[in-house]
Design a protein around this ligand. Structure first.
Ligand code: SAM
Length: 283
């Protein structure tokens, strides 16, 4: 059995929660997508967590959180899949996953071989992900490059060293990673991707209406902080919003969550017309 080391705390642990969500969705008869690698990540992580009593207890907490977030988050995965398909159909040949976690779109979506997927995440995440993918013999249909890096540092130069081209349109995906950065680092990351975006590039900003003190969010923060420091999340002030994007050369369009989910047939409406995604295209 391949020896792996699943992150059991720190922000990378959140990626395991999302893998649990994709594994559950993939088992369902009415699944919105099929991630055949999610089960391998879940199995490997479960084994790793089970090495200690404390780890076993944390595993149960990750599982509980994944169940609590399942309904909305799983639909969110499918919506991002659809946007990737739209972008590729429109000619984008570069997809960059900011905080890729245990995402396997380079393997599971049948993306053409002339598409390059760049996955950015912390080194401890890839120290777990790559051996698991290797052990199951995963083969990506698209070109795939990983960049183990902290997104709050300068990642533009190392991305270029992996072959990224700023003169080609890019589809940028932030699927729950940038909000973990401090507001100034979040803004710098969006400024960086803006500078690297040729006309036709795409990006999206989620607009939520959540209570950060509601139990699942507070528990998520405790888990990420290793129970040592359950800080309140940083305020949204200073993070880039739709206005920032417009002022920096993006054309934007807001799509309400409740409209986007209609074709998917899941009862996850939020009944708030302000919740959704600001879709941005570089002009
Ligand atoms: C909620 S998970 C989502 C993962 C993936 N996008 C998905 O949907 O499965 C957040 C991801 O962001 C990554 N992340 C958070 N802060 C980061 C940072 N400063 N640098 C790099 N990655 C980071 C975590 O390691 C984790 O994989």
């Amino acid at each position: 059995m391949t020896q792996v080391n699943a992150p059991t705390d720190g922000v990378a642990v959140t990626a395991i929660g999302v893998a649990l969500i994709r594994e559950r969705e993939s088992r369902g008869p009415d699944r919105l997508y099929d991630d055949p690698f999610a089960a391998a990540f879940v199995d490997a992580a479960r084994r790793d967590f089970a090495r200690t009593e404390e780890g076993s207890a944390r595993w149960e907490r990750v599982v509980t959180l994944a169940e609590q977030f399942f309904a909305g988050r799983s639909v969110g995965v499918r919506l991002v899949d659809d946007r990737v398909s739209e972008a590729v159909a429109a000619g984008c040949r570069q997809v960059v996953l900011l905080g890729a976690g245990l995402d396997t779109r380079a393997y599971r979506m049948g993306l053409p071989g002339d598409v390059t997927v760049y996955e950015l995440d912390l080194p401890e995440l890839f120290a777990f992900k790559e051996p698991v993918l290797g052990a199951v013999g995963a083969t990506s249909t698209a070109q795939r490059h990983i960049l183990p890096i902290d997104l709050s540092t300068d990642w533009a130069v190392p991305l270029g060293e992996r072959g990224f081209r700023a003169d080609l349109p890019t589809h940028w995906i932030d699927e729950g990673a940038l909000p973990y950065l401090r507001p100034e680092d979040h803004l710098r990351a969006v400024a960086t991707l803006t500078a690297l975006s040729a006309p036709g590039s795409r990006f999206g900003l989620s607009r939520f209406a959540i209570d950060p003190d509601a139990p699942p969010y507070a528990e998520l923060r405790r888990l990420v902080a290793g129970d040592s420091d359950a800080r309140t999340p940083p305020l949204d002030a200073g993070r880039p919003g739709e206005q920032w994007l417009v002022e920096h050369g993006w054309r934007t369009e807001f799509r309400a969550w409740d409209d986007m989910i209609v074709p998917l047939g899941r009862a996850v409406a939020v009944n708030n017309p302000n919740v959704g995604v600001v879709l941005a295209e570089r002009v």
